[in-house]
Ligand binder design. Structure first.
Ligand code: OAD
Ligand code: ZN
Length: 243
């Protein structure tokens, strides 16, 4: 049987569906992925893991901000694509829908999805390194402003999870609970190499969920997926959402 036809049938019968998305979902919006085609993203001669690391907050916060201002600048003209909209459509038809995203671009929210959990933070938010107060960052505020906390006067940092840092409180638990109860768990546009996010598909599988991957390339998860759809998310998700 055709895997998409099969999947649509399963979706019609499912009450609980969860989704883990990664950079590939935003690729068709013009957002660069981190890994792909064998290469990793490099900025100013540094691999992104080095700039986006916990130690940069203490070592060179200005450089960290330069990198995130650069990324926000390149996001200014990006809009949600058909994959983001199709996921919103799936949400509207499923009683219990949860979307966990590793993306920090806010495009799922802009496409209207309500149950979105930003497991790696949000690029349009700042956090005080002292009192932890959060501040929204306007799209066009490039470079970021203000640079100091209005409450305690300490420096502000991007409210994004960096390499070497823990996830925001409670967000992994929301994801793992959703994975445990899912009937269908989608893994879309991610290499699933970064932990703990990459544990979620495994949790879903161990709890009996159908595991569905949508990715033009094979990933580390492919061997354990029930259905692997080798397609761009924006090309196939509208068809899947029409169940
Ligand atoms: P990656 O860049 O590692 O993976 C992107 C995946 O998307 C690859 O498997 C591509 O094959 C796939 N892809 C590309 N175009 C696609 C399309 N149109 N449709 C579907 N899939 C497509 O990105 P992530 O897995 O999201 O973390 O990376 C995980 C984390 O690593 C990120 O959240 C970020 C990074 O470090 C932090 O910043 C904390
Ligand atoms: Zn503060």
């Amino acid at each position: 049987m055709n895997s998409v036809t099969d999947l649509k049938e399963r979706l019609r019968d499912s009450k609980c569906v969860s989704v883990l998305t990664g950079a590939g979902v935003s690729a068709e919006s013009g957002v660069p992925t981190f890994r792909g085609g064998g290469d990793s993203l490099v900025w100013k001669g540094m691999p992104f893991e080095k700039v986006s690391s916990a130690e940069m907050v203490a070592k060179d916060l200005d450089l960290l901000w330069e990198w995130f201002d650069y990324r926000r600048d390149s996001l200014k003209s990006c809009v949600p694509n058909s994959a983001h909209y199709a996921l919103s459509k799936i949400e509207s038809k499923i009683v219990n829908f949860t979307l966990i995203t590793q993306n920090i671009d806010g495009l799922h929210q802009r496409a209207g999805t309500k149950a979105v959990y930003d497991i790696h933070g949000n690029i349009n938010r700042m956090r005080c390194i002292g009192c932890e107060e959060l501040f929204d960052l306007a799209f066009d505020a490039i470079p970021h402003s203000p640079t100091m906390c209005e409450k305690c006067g300490q420096k502000l940092r991007p409210d994004v999870v960096l390499f070497g840092e823990a996830l925001p409180n409670g967000v992994f638990e929301i994801g793992s609970e959703a994975a445990e109860r899912s009937e269908i768990f989608f893994v879309i546009g991610t290499t699933a190499l970064v932990y703990p996010a990459a544990m979620l598909p495994e949790i879903a599988r161990q709890n009996g969920s159908l595991l569905v991957e949508i990715n033009p390339e094979e990933t580390a998860l492919t061997p354990v997926c029930d259905i692997s759809i080798r397609s761009k998310a924006g090309a196939i998700l509208p068809e899947i959402a029409d169940f």
